[in-house]
Design a protein around this ligand. Structure first.
Ligand SMILES: C[S@@+](CC[C@H](N)C(=O)[O-])C[C@H]1O[C@@H](n2cnc3c(N)ncnc32)[C@H](O)[C@@H]1O
Length: 272
């Protein structure tokens, strides 16, 4: 496993994914919520560290976000979370999905993040210290997800693989099917890179029968999808989206594409 999220932390795709996560948490129901994050990463990223300064991806992401006068409401929520991760001011630290989720939990909720790399799992454990309702596990998140959500009640499964392995797409579909079989009320948020449309369409076709009705798809195409070797954008597939989420995602994708893209396109639509 070569992928290190530290190279990508705070890029445009993180902004879309993390603003959407916070919007889903803001629109949750009343019951206790169990979150399982199948691919958690390190939890907190140093934008002054070697990986981030080599990639400079955050420059066209969170650095721009924090420098804007005004941004749409769901991105404002993310800005507040980024400020909280930088208590001394400035922009050195970028919080990943584990810390963002953990800090949005209410009493009775839980967060369980899976990270396979030993070094990133150690970092994740450190990042979650002091977050009473959050735990990290060094194990395969695809394998564990359905087993670790409650069979009833509110559950949210986040799926965000590195797409280093060709079977990541197949395992997304299998995990979605197993999660929904275990708890039909579970929501899922699945992150996908947008390179070419064939791969994306094939995944959606395979996912449709596993995901059930009313699946929401949001696409932030940062540039025309003419070079399939490039990450031309990103998409989120939301299974059982809460009411009102489509409006949040429209605002997030439109801002991201307009402010950070080049001749891109934002799309939010329902799969079935
Ligand atoms: C895209 S990053 C996660 C970023 C994180 N979700 C966030 O938004 O802050 C993917 C992570 O998954 C880890 N990983 C890869 N395969 C895994 C698996 N089968 N189970 C758990 N973690 C895995 C990688 O080491 C990497 O840190």
């Amino acid at each position: 496993m070569n992928y290190r999220h530290a190279f990508h932390a705070g890029n445009f795709a993180d902004l879309v994914k993390h603003a959407a996560l916070l919007a889903m948490l803001a629109r949750r129901g009343d019951g206790p919520l169990a979150i399982v994050d199948t691919h958690a990463g390190a939890g907190l990223y140093d934008l002054n560290g070697e990986a981030a300064t080599r990639s400079v991806e955050a420059a066209a992401g969170v650095v721009r976000l924090m420098g804007e006068d005004q941004v749409p409401a769901p991105l404002e929520v993310l800005r507040a979370a980024v400020r909280r991760a930088n208590p001394k001011g400035g922009l050195r630290w970028y919080p990943g999905s584990p810390l963002l989720a953990a800090r949005a939990l209410a009493p009775g909720d839980s967060y369980l993040g899976f990270e396979l790399r030993a070094d990133d799992h150690a970092a994740l454990t450190r990042a979650l210290q002091g977050e009473a309702r959050a735990t990290a596990a060094c194990a395969d998140g695809f394998e564990a997800a359905a087993k670790r959500i409650p069979a009833t009640g509110e559950a949210l499964v986040l799926i965000d693989p590195p797409f280093e392995r060709p079977d990541d797409y197949r395992r997304i579909v299998e995990t979605t099917r197993e999660v929904r079989r275990r708890n039909p009320a579970a929501r899922l948020a699945i992150w996908l890179p947008l390179k070419d449309l064939e791969t994306f369409d094939a995944l959606l076709r395979d996912l449709e029968p596993a995901a059930g009705e009313g699946v929401l798809v949001c696409e932030a195409r940062m540039r025309p999808l003419s070079d399939p070797l490039k990450m031309n954008g990103c998409a989120l597939v939301i299974v059982r989206p809460p009411d009102g989420l489509a409006d949040d995602l429209e605002a997030v994708c439109a801002w991201t594409v307009e402010a950070l893209g080049e001749n891109g396109q934002a799309k939010v639509w329902t799969l079935n």
